[in-house]
Design a binder for this molecule. Structure first.
Ligand SMILES: *[C@@H]1O[C@H](CO)[C@@H](O)[C@H](O)[C@H]1NC(C)=O
Ligand SMILES: *[C@@H]1O[C@H](CO)[C@@H](O)[C@H](O)[C@H]1NC(C)=O
Ligand SMILES: *[C@@H]1O[C@H](CO)[C@@H](O)[C@H](O)[C@H]1NC(C)=O
Ligand SMILES: *[C@@H]1O[C@H](CO)[C@@H](O)[C@H](O)[C@H]1NC(C)=O
Ligand SMILES: CC(=O)N[C@H]1CO[C@H](CO)[C@@H](O)[C@@H]1O
Length: 791
């Protein structure tokens, strides 16, 4: 008699508690049912909710999510799932906390699809959703003891404060809408290093840290066995293998999540005005993520989706809806005697080498691959003045890379004639670029010396300045691309890799220093072909793998414009990273402005030349390359005092951890030229260069440095005034039309044409508008300078 009674009693309790189950905990014997949509656990601060989350038609997963959706009609942000790969039925499924201490998820009242596999001996039991998003199963027996917690079993997301441990792994979801386990994993490898693994249907490979570089080159330590990592609430990530980073909004009090995403990237988001905004990501170049496009395909950059996939010639897409399956051949392989090659320049396929032939001619590589039925093609690499080839039995991880790579795809002769290199290689002719999202801010502990204040500075403003990658992608109209191709290719052939010994000799052991810039020290040198060069030794850039450096530098090497400094080559050897430029007789604009021996005509020409150089960087290269550090020190003058913009594309190489006082003051030194976006943490676009350009022009006209202006107090206001404010105020307070006389630098020799100078001031003031949308683009500036009457 006793048993049915207690059964009924429990049943009654469940029925009673059903309609209003909004609590933060679940006790022994009770359950959460899929049938009742209000059956939830809500954390005491109401931030997180645990319950059944709909993942498909009549399909549910027991999940934890942020209670508030970021906006209406958008699904809530899920941070954890119990049964992502086996969703349960939308009727009669439930999660119950059994009397024996096991938390069990049953599908439609029958099969157990998931459980915590815990056992409680005695005492009371409670399942509790904490304020930090952790779902904890406690055994309360005197003091509470944690039997199980969701933080120990993450899905694809970690929350601030959550320890990522030895046995934890984050597994991406299959797509943005399919929450099933995908192909990408973050975990601690047996060598104690935090790895990202592509675990695809056919192949498996580690793609982070960079497989090209040694663990220690990537700044990782294999010696700390504790294998633990954590993102803290201010946005600092720390791992026991010495990997770490600060997010770009470091220090702000915001909700954050760190997530391994379906595209293989790891991103940290923070909640800004009801939107999740990327504040850090592991890859700024999505095509370096293995498997993104599946086999037999190539990955190109695209601003919306990151990587864009296309099939290699002779192959077709396997599953129209799913790139991860890649492409399959449309031909029968191994038709000996009937095969030839198509050549895809500047492309690299990573891995799957069946043979390596060093110092061979192209012909002998071709023959070797034709003779081997398993060979699908080969990679030709130019390295240290010899050609090496890598025969491949799988075409995987194809992406655009440096100059020295060419891929030869083996195909039946019948398919060769239909190959159109223009179409197939459009990627080979566009400059590789990056997304605008702030990228990896890995932090090298060895250089840590500043105070927390300095670090905060780095995280907040300078970090962004130093690190945000300058290149980002404009998927330009194709009509531009075909004409641009020829114009910048010839120069590329003169671009070369030097050995360190060669450059040491050229500079007489780095004797004559001619400048110090953002990324390093510049020396004068004489190359063996008698050309005079400026050789920049990049400091602290060694965190970057050779391949990555090479790829970046060849982008820069490909740019060719009369108002951009020409890059002749580079050196990458061990820890050395050097860039070789043409030498400029007349030094920098900063120096010339100091000595003040330019006339007005020349100043106008310089203004126009600078604008043309920047416009080319921003717009003509099929992508946008931001300079981010436009200032007189970076404008060099040739023998005719024609300007050339220098130091573009290099901030990528700055050491991310060099936080010593010198770099601190160096950045402060260019603050006068910085657009307000940097300070207000707004998206960085080409308009930051427009702003800096405007400041440089005002400096040329007034002879006043924006750096000194900070110190100039103006009589009436008594407060510090910027150069821009001073010019604006002078014009505003002018009532007899003589403002131009008040602002021009009287020390400049020669008379000036009032009209063209006024026009220049007007343009400069438009460039320094606070609102970046009010500023013209660089090409508009060029037009305004060329047609002063048109504006
Ligand atoms: C619970 O079990 C522990 C041993 O696991 C024992 O020491 C303790 O006395 C038990 N408490 C109760 C209330 O039975
Ligand atoms: C989600 O992905 C899994 C694994 O690839 C697949 O089996 C399942 O059918 C997908 N579900 C939907 C709704 O597409
Ligand atoms: C290993 O890493 C942990 C966590 O980062 C740290 O607390 C510990 O001091 C490290 N141990 C050694 C020997 O460096
Ligand atoms: C490459 O091969 C050629 C001819 O076989 C030889 O003369 C040359 O020294 C080799 N170069 C290197 C770097 O091994
Ligand atoms: C980003 C980073 O590396 N942050 C910290 C990691 O942990 C050490 C202490 O062990 C801090 O000093 C770092 O700043």
């Amino acid at each position: 008699m006793a048993i049915p009674y207690s059964f009924c009693f429990v049943h009654l309790l469940l029925i009673l508690s059903k309609p209003t189950f909004i609590s933060s905990s679940l006790t022994k014997g009770s359950s959460i049912s899929v049938d009742n949509k209000n059956d939830h656990l809500v954390s005491p601060n109401r931030l997180f909710t645990a319950g059944f989350y709909k993942v498909g038609i009549n399909a549910y997963c027991f999940s934890i999510w942020f209670t508030e959706p970021v906006s209406e009609n958008v699904n809530p942000t899920v941070v954890w799932m119990a049964n992502r790969d086996v969703p349960v039925n939308g009727k009669r499924s439930k999660l119950s906390l059994n009397g024996n201490g096991n938390l069990v998820l049953r599908d439609a009242g029958r099969a157990i699809v998931w459980s915590t596999e815990t056992k409680a001996t005695n005492g009371s039991l409670v399942l509790h959703l904490k304020d930090n998003g952790n779902l904890v199963l406690n055994q309360v027996n005197g003091h509470p003891y944690i039997l199980w917690q969701s933080f120990d079993h993450p899905t694809d997301t970690i929350l601030p404060g959550q320890l990522f441990k030895r046995n934890s792994q984050l597994v991406s979801s299959r797509s943005t809408t399919n929450f099933s386990s995908g192909f990408y994993k973050l975990y601690f490898e047996n060598n104690n290093v935090l790895n990202l693994l592509y675990d695809g249907p056919e192949i498996t490979s580690v793609y982070w840290p960079d497989p090209y570089s040694k663990t220690w080159e990537a700044g990782r330590s294999t010696w700390n066995n504790s294998r633990v990592a954590k993102l803290d609430s201010s946005g600092q990530f720390n791992s026991s293998d010495e990997f770490g980073f600060f997010v770009s909004d470091y220090g702000m009090r915001r909700q954050r999540i760190m997530k391994v995403e379906f595209d293989g990237n790891v991103r940290v988001y923070s909640l800004v005005d009801h939107k999740w905004v990327v504040q850090w990501q592991a890859f700024s170049r999505p095509c370096k993520i293995h498997g993104v496009c599946g086999p037999n395909s190539l990955c190109t950059y695209s601003p919306q989706i990151g990587g864009e996939c296309s099939c290699v010639h002779g192959y077709k897409k396997k599953d129209p809806k799913d790139w991860s399956k890649g492409c399959e051949p449309i031909f029968k392989s191994c038709q000996k005697g009937e095969e030839g090659y198509v050549e895809i320049p500047y492309v690299e396929f990573y891995g799957y080498d069946i043979d390596y032939l060093s110092n061979k001619t192209l012909e002998s590589c071709k023959q070797a691959c034709l003779n081997d039925c398993n060979c699908k093609g080969f990679q030709l690499k130019y390295d240290n003045s010899v050609y090496n080839c890598f025969l491949k039995n799988l075409l995987y991880n194809g992406y655009q890379s440096g100059f020295e790579n060419t891929m030869y795809i083996k195909l039946p002769k019948s398919l060769l004639s239909s190959y159109n290199p223009r179409v197939a290689n459009k990627l080979a002719y566009t400059c590789p670029g990056d997304l605008i999202i702030p990228i990896s801010r890995s932090y090298d502990k060895k250089h840590e010396s500043g105070s927390l204040n300095v670090l905060l500075w780095v995280g907040g403003v300078i970090g962004v300045l130093e690190i945000v990658l300058i290149l980002f992608f404009l998927y330009a109209t194709l009509k531009g691309s075909t004409t641009a191709v020829e114009s910048y290719f010839p120069i590329a052939s003169g671009f070369k890799r030097f050995t360190y010994a060669e450059l040491k000799r050229a500079t007489h052991n780095f004797r004559t220093e001619i400048g110090r810039g953002g990324a390093g020290v510049v020396y004068k040198g004489n190359l063996s072909d008698d050309r005079v060069a400026a050789i920049k030794v990049l400091q602290e850039a060694t965190h970057q793998g050779e391949a990555e450096f090479q790829a970046e530098i060849s982008t820069i090497g490909r740019l060719n414009h009369m108002n951009l400094i020409e890059t002749w080559g580079y050196c990458v050897e061990g820890k050395h990273r050097l860039v070789v430029y043409e030498y400029m007789e007349n030094g920098s604009l900063a120096k010339i402005l100091d000595s003040n021996n330019l006339d007005w005509g020349k100043k106008l020409e310089i203004a126009l030349g600078m604008a043309k150089g920047l416009a080319y960087l921003h717009e003509e290269c099929l992508e946008w390359i931001l300079h981010c550090d436009v200032k007189p020190h970076n404008i060099l003058l040739d023998a005719n005092f024609d300007p050339k913009v220098a130091d573009f594309g290099l901030s990528k190489f700055f050491d991310r951890g060099a936080v010593d006082d010198s770099s601190f003051s160096k950045i402060r030194g260019t603050r006068g030229y910085m657009a307000p976006e940097w300070v207000y943490n707004l998206p960085i676009t080409s308009k930051v260069d427009v702003y800096s350009y405007g400041v440089v022009i005002l400096e040329m006209i007034t002879g006043k440095s924006p750096l000194q202006m900070h110190k100039v107090s103006i009589e009436n206001s008594g407060r510090d005034q910027s150069l821009v404010e001073w010019v604006r105020e002078t014009i505003r307070e002018d009532n007899d039309g003589t403002w131009i006389e008040e602002i021009v630098d009287e020390r400049t020799c020669g008379g000036y044409d009032t009209r063209s100078l006024k026009n220049l001031v007007k343009i400069a003031l438009q460039c320094v508008e606070e609102d970046r949308d009010a500023r013209p683009s660089m090409s508009q500036v060029v037009n305004m300078l060329l047609n002063p009457d048109g504006y």
